[in-house]
Design a protein around this ligand. Structure first.
Ligand code: ZN
Length: 213
């Protein structure tokens, strides 16, 4: 079932190590099939080169395994909580990508000091509070704090990104790390120069409505 989505989610997982967003088997991508509402997610603890469509796990929104022999990612409860609360979201990514997670470790959101941050995120990349791993606490905090941003830094933990598709969520995960790296380097050089709020909004509008083919 959902063969196309499983293949897509496998291919998108490979973007995580390619973009230096993950170490070993950490990190995960999921995609929701809009027709059935079922979610395809990474199996727990499987290394990236070993992922294949038949190893992916299909779960319903309550976490019941619908197809798959392996145990789903330990972050499944977080993904499912977000899907249940956000009908606009059909893709979710979680990583501990190093530069973004460094901001999470010191509890700092990433301010919109680059036009690329305004374009992609429409403002600062927000920070969510500390939440323990294992139940719905992380999902609750993501939904509470992410606002209109496609990405959030979770304090002392890492990054969650959301999108209208799994591909959009992976793009946001790449872009949040890229932004975090540049802002990190900028902080070493001097004081960050804020972009006025009105310009942040203008850049975001132009990018989301006019950029691309
Ligand atoms: Zn994590």
């Amino acid at each position: 079932m959902l063969e196309k989505l499983k293949e897509e989610v496998v291919q998108l997982h490979l973007e995580l190590p390619k973009n230096n967003l993950v170490a070993w088997s950490s990190g995960n991508v999921s995609g929701r099939d809009p027709q059935t509402g079922l979610v395809v997610i990474k199996p727990s603890g499987v290394l990236y080169p070993d992922l294949a469509p038949d190893k992916m796990v299909v779960v319903d929104l309550s976490g019941k395994i619908v197809e798959g022999a392996l145990k789903p990612s330990s972050d499944t409860a977080t993904h499912l909580y977000i899907y249940r609360q956000r009908a606009d979201v059909n893709g979710i990514v979680h990583t501990h990508s190093p530069f973004a997670t460094a901001f999470a470790a010191v509890g700092k959101p990433i301010p919109p000091v680059l036009t690329a941050i305004c374009d992609e995120f429409g403002g600062e990349i927000p920070l969510g509070g500390f939440a323990p791993i294992g139940d719905e606490a992380i999902g609750e905090e993501v939904v509470r704090s992410i606002g209109k941003s496609p990405a959030i830094l979770m304090q002392n933990h890492g990054v969650f990104t959301i999108g209208s598709s799994p591909r959009a969520a992976v793009k946001a995960a790449v872009m949040v790390e890229d932004a975090a790296r540049t802002v990190y380097y900028a902080i070493q050089l001097g004081d960050l120069i804020p972009i006025p709020q009105e310009m942040v909004a203008r850049l975001h509008k132009r990018y989301t409505q006019q950029y691309g083919q």
